[in-house]
Design a protein around this ligand. Sequence first.
Ligand SMILES: Nc1nc2c(ncn2[C@@H]2O[C@H](COP(=O)(O)OP(=O)(O)OP(=O)(O)O)[C@@H](O)[C@H]2O)c(=O)[nH]1
Ligand SMILES: Nc1nc2c(ncn2[C@@H]2O[C@H](COP(=O)(O)OP(=O)(O)OP(=O)(O)O)[C@@H](O)[C@H]2O)c(=O)[nH]1
Ligand SMILES: [Mg+2]
Ligand SMILES: [Mg+2]
Ligand SMILES: [Zn+2]
Ligand SMILES: [Zn+2]
Lengths: 211, 211
Amino acid sequence: RDLMGANAEWAAKTRALLAERSIAMVNVISAPGSGKTTLLERMIPALAGRLRFAVLEGDLETTRDAERLDALDIPVYQLLTGGSCHLEAKLVHHALLDLPLDDLEVVIVENVGNLVCPAEFDIGEAGKLAILSVTEGEDKPVKYPLLFHEAVAAVITKIDLLPYVPFKLEECRRYLAQTNPAAPVFEVSSLTGAGMDAWLTWFTAFVAAHR
Amino acid sequence: RDLMGANAEWAAKTRALLAERSIAMVNVISAPGSGKTTLLERMIPALAGRLRFAVLEGDLETTRDAERLDALDIPVYQLLTGGSCHLEAKLVHHALLDLPLDDLEVVIVENVGNLVCPAEFDIGEAGKLAILSVTEGEDKPVKYPLLFHEAVAAVITKIDLLPYVPFKLEECRRYLAQTNPAAPVFEVSSLTGAGMDAWLTWFTAFVAAHR
Ligand SMILES: Nc1nc2c(ncn2[C@@H]2O[C@H](COP(=O)(O)OP(=O)(O)OP(=O)(O)O)[C@@H](O)[C@H]2O)c(=O)[nH]1
Ligand SMILES: Nc1nc2c(ncn2[C@@H]2O[C@H](COP(=O)(O)OP(=O)(O)OP(=O)(O)O)[C@@H](O)[C@H]2O)c(=O)[nH]1
Ligand SMILES: [Mg+2]
Ligand SMILES: [Mg+2]
Ligand SMILES: [Zn+2]
Ligand SMILES: [Zn+2]
């Protein structure tokens, strides 16, 4: 039985559902602890006046991330895999059906913290966002290429730590460019707010173009 | 066909092989960029006078980590999975057969950077070492519990960054203790050398007890 084929069918159903409702969905993927949830905690309040958001929060265990985002006064749905290392299209599709789709413009999916498997499973998104923190090392785009190759944009996070870590920013940008010449690269700090405006401007334009 | 059963058989073969040669093998597991390779770059020169090491280096792509460890003048074998998110016992067993086993006392396996899947696959190790950096957040032991539950010890890395990150050390230690009361927890910095002596003392004792 073709498991990847079955996944692709559910992803297609999801694309049809979102197109029908003019909703843009993004699939946020990174290693554990790169700062996905914290980035959403900054992005959503900054944009909530302009765009109606919901979040599908994927984790193995606990509802901690969903609880953090729930505090932002938007619909949040926690998907618990119990051990599976990535979200699949069928699970995401059914979760979407439980959201107030008539009142939404953007759905953000925070995938399970994992630089490997999530990139292999299309969940019907308009685009994947690759998140990489300066603490992880500049070589991640070449050591875990699929995600960075497929992403529509890359966000380098925690740039407030640059003075204290050996991270080679230019080398990282070079690896990102070689893996994916088309994807823009943003540098942000969720702590200080540095780089946030440029990132929010691009994100808003991407959403508008994909609804 | 029972894939997990087949894996268990190869793990058993590996345990027999290592027991026969009085070799202790440890399986180092963590998220991408937690500092596994850098920790080995500090540990191995510090102990190479006392113990004969080899490393099996697991990655999806590139030989970067193997090249870094090769510079330490020990046998290093790079395992490339090409996309698979964890090392399996059969692959590790065949790699071991290519090492100079008669001249070794310790084999360190650096698993694929992934907090989820590697912990599910016994590769015949004497114990798993869970690595977690202060930049990833204190909640990782409860959000990705299997690894921390099964580890014989946990090493909290990059403690030189503590002044600059929101990491709650005591909360992290509490989660580690609740997930695994028996496993000792070490705090180290590969950059400054802080905590390294205590960690090396424990590691040396663990190896001696499992050869
Ligand atoms: N210094 C600094 N730390 C940050 C920044 N953003 C997030 N962090 C910290 O990084 C750690 C992990 O942040 P999270 O947002 O929970 O990371 P995550 O990617 O959602 O983690 P998972 O969902 O478990 O994969 C926390 O301790 C955050 O406070 C930043 O811009 N600068
Ligand atoms: N500040 C600080 N940075 C560190 C420390 N140890 C490692 N790093 C940095 O963390 C980044 C990742 O280190 P690696 O040792 O390559 O991490 P890894 O876990 O082997 O990564 P993968 O094999 O790709 O999963 C690099 O930029 C290192 O220089 C430390 O103790 N302190
Ligand atoms: Mg999160
Ligand atoms: Mg490494
Ligand atoms: Zn997986
Ligand atoms: Zn896996």
